[in-house]
Every structure is written in structure tokens, then in C-alpha cells.
Ligand binder design. Structure first.
Ligand code: NAP
Length: 252
């Protein structure tokens, strides 16, 4: 028998592939009325199913106000594992307003047999770990390039979805591309650019994992930037797990 309960209003903090998948799944589910939220970093984000809002809320106070004004029943944080500020803000705003909060976070990658990972605390540390003269493939997006712009003793191939707003020095080559990437794609890029070290964030997830497989096949070291240590706890590590939690929440 169909549920008599009204549809619940869900604020979905996104900016990830999984948030897009969730929006797609929930758009066809009458139990939920979903508003996806994007920070607005990408000028042409991929299409999202359902209602979308773009831009910051104005910190914890702004987000708490948004939850109350819009009578949000559940907030789902499905932002990137490195989007620290919004994840803390979401938890604080949920606690202040009493709105139930769920956090999705994909599990981090783990080194496999044959991997040579050098762990970096943050992007600054990662830039310091690069050997002089190296040819680097850098896949950390466009927001945190600064420490690498100063390393003019190395050649940096920086891959990102959208070009940085500021120009870059001559030792930095920008490659624009949108995931997912295949292992053959990654092998070709690493070989063509004579890359001898990969620098990446431990984002986790299948869509950008091929670069690690390719680096392993070529015997290349990886400077792996660790996740923030004090991020809020994840309630779900897969979209399916999160859907089960939402089912349970709706049923209560
Ligand atoms: P952040 O440092 O955690 O957040 C900075 C500010 O951006 C937040 O305080 C908030 O502004 C606003 N914001 C962030 N995510 C938002 C969202 N989904 N909806 C509305 N406002 C949002 O975030 P970030 O690391 O710059 O990431 C920004 C977005 O890009 C996130 O949605 C994230 O999922 C995505 N992303 C990030 C990375 C990464 O490596 N960090 C990689 C891929 C995708 P107010 O305080 O004004 O509310």
C-alpha cells in the first residue's frame, strides 16, 4: 500500500558524483522533495536532476537560517571528503536546528601491492615532497595550486575540470579534462608527458582511481595527500547505504 506520509524536504549538499547519483535516484521517489546545493565553483556543472540552488549559505548561521526558512526535514552532506568547512558547518547547523543530519563519504583509497605512496599532510607538504627536476602529474583541482606554482624547479602537469582564474607560470601546464578516466587514458597521459611522480588527494571513489592503477603499472611513486583528520563521521560510504538510511528515516 502506498505511504500516506507527505514528502520530506531534503537538502543535499553536493559537488560530487555520488551526490549527483543520489539526486537522480531521489528525483523519481515521491517520498522526497530534494534541493541540491552547489558551492558554485564550476561555471558549467554537469546537469543535476531536480531542484538546484547555487552559492554559499553564509556560514553556520546562514545555513541554520536556510534550514529553518525552507522547512528542511533532513540534511544530507554528500560533499567531497576534502570539503572540510561545509561538512563542519552542516553538522553544526543541523545540531542547532534539530534537523536530522546524514553524511555520505566514500572510503579512502588504500595502497595495494606494488604501490609506492609517500603520505603528505596537506597540499603544502605535498609540494615540498617533490624531488627537484621531477615531472609531476597534479590532480588536486584548481583551488589549491599555490604551493606548486612556486616549485619552478619541477615540471607540473596540472589536470582539472576548469582552468584557474589566474595565469600560471611556465613550469606549469594545465590539462582540462572531466572524469571518469580509464586506465588506458591515464597510461597515455603519464607516458606522453614523461611523468615520474603523481600528486593527488586521497579522494577515494572509482571514477578517478584509474590514475593509481596506471601509476602502479608504470612503477611510479604517488604523493598522497591525506584526508582532513577531524571530519565529521560518515554515516554511509555508498549511495545504496545512504538510500537505506533514508528509507528507514522516512518510515519512522
Ligand atoms: P569548503 O572549503 O568545505 O567550503 C567553503 C565554503 O563554500 C563553505 O563555507 C560554503 O560557504 C561553500 N560551500 C561549499 N560547499 C557547498 C555546497 N555544496 N553548497 C553550498 N555552499 C557550499 O568547500 P570546498 O573544498 O571549496 O568545495 C566546494 C565544493 O566543491 C563542495 O561542494 C565540494 O563537494 C566540491 N568539491 C571539492 C573538492 C575539494 O577537493 N575540496 C573536490 C571536488 C569537489 P558558506 O560558508 O557561505 O555557506
Amino acid at each position: 500500500m502506498a505511504s500516506e506520509k507527505r514528502s520530506l524536504r531534503l537538502l543535499l549538499l553536493g559537488g560530487t558524483r555520488e551526490a549527483r547519483e543520489l539526486a537522480e535516484r531521489l528525483a523519481h521517489d515521491e517520498r522526497w522533495s530534494v534541493i541540491s546545493s552547489l558551492a558554485g565553483r564550476t561555471s558549467e556543472p554537469e546537469r543535476l536532476a531536480g531542484q538546484v540552488r547555487v552559492g554559499g549559505f553564509g556560514g553556520v548561521v546562514g545555513l541554520a537560517g536556510y534550514l529553518s526558512r525552507n522547512q528542511i526535514d533532513v540534511i544530507v552532506d554528500a560533499t567531497h571528503p576534502f570539503a572540510e568547512v561545509i561538512s563542519h558547518n552542516a553538522l553544526s547547523a543541523a545540531m542547532q536546528t534539530g534537523v536530522p543530519h546524514l553524511r555520505f563519504c566514500r572510503p579512502p583509497w588504500q595502497p595495494g601491492v606494488g604501490d609506492q605512496w609517500l603520505m603528505a599532510r596537506d597540499v603544502q607538504h605535498a609540494a615540498e615532497l617533490i624531488d627537484p627536476g621531477a615531472h609531476v602529474l597534479l590532480t588536486i583541482g584548481r583551488q589549491e595550486l599555490a604551493p606548486f606554482l612556486q616549485r619552478d624547479d619541477v615540471h607540473v602537469v596540472a589536470r582539472m575540470i576548469e582552468a584557474p582564474e589566474q595565469g600560471v607560470p611556465r613550469h606549469v601546464e594545465i590539462v582540462l579534462a572531466r572524469p571518469p578516466f580509464t586506465v588506458p587514458d591515464e597510461l597515455a597521459l603519464l607516458r606522453d608527458r614523461r611523468i615520474n611522480v603523481l600528486v593527488t588527494k586521497n579522494a577515494g571513489g572509482a571514477s578517478v582511481e584509474a590514475k593509481l592503477t596506471a601509476a602502479r603499472q608504470l612503477g611510479l611513486p604517488v604523493i598522497m595527500i591525506e584526508r582532513p583528520h577531524d571530519a565529521p563521521r560518515a554515516d554511509a560510504e555508498t549511495v545504496t547505504q545512504l538510500m537505506h538510511l533514508l528509507d528507514a528515516h522516512h518510515a519512522t
